[in-house]
Design a protein around this ligand. Sequence first.
Ligand code: FES
Length: 133
Amino acid sequence: MGATRRTLLTSAGAATAGALAGAPSSPAAPGSAAPAADPVALGPATDIPVGGGKVYSTAMVVVTQPAAGDFKAFTSTCTHWGCQVTAVENDQIICRCHGSRFSATDGSVILGPATLPLGPKAVTVKDGQLTLG
Ligand code: FES
């Protein structure tokens, strides 16, 4: 009986060691290795009217100026089906694909069908020039 118990314990130990050997050693968090995006020069801040904004389609960003000197930036990809927003009017960012409207101040949904806000982006102004990132 003692030999049987030893055999079972040895087998269990070998099985555990095998399971551990097959486990990944240190899984990386998804997206953790992605490099930070380089800053992108957008042009003069005077392109952004107070209460309005501008869509930079190449950079896929929309920049707004809800109040004088207060610049905001958001992804220009609509959270509904992924169209690019096309305009900023009356403090609202507009997607003409299906009519969603977002706040030019914080990107929140004002009118659906989109249900999620536009993601914020970092934008800075230096010497009158806008820089994304
Ligand atoms: Fe923008 Fe549908 S993709 S409203």
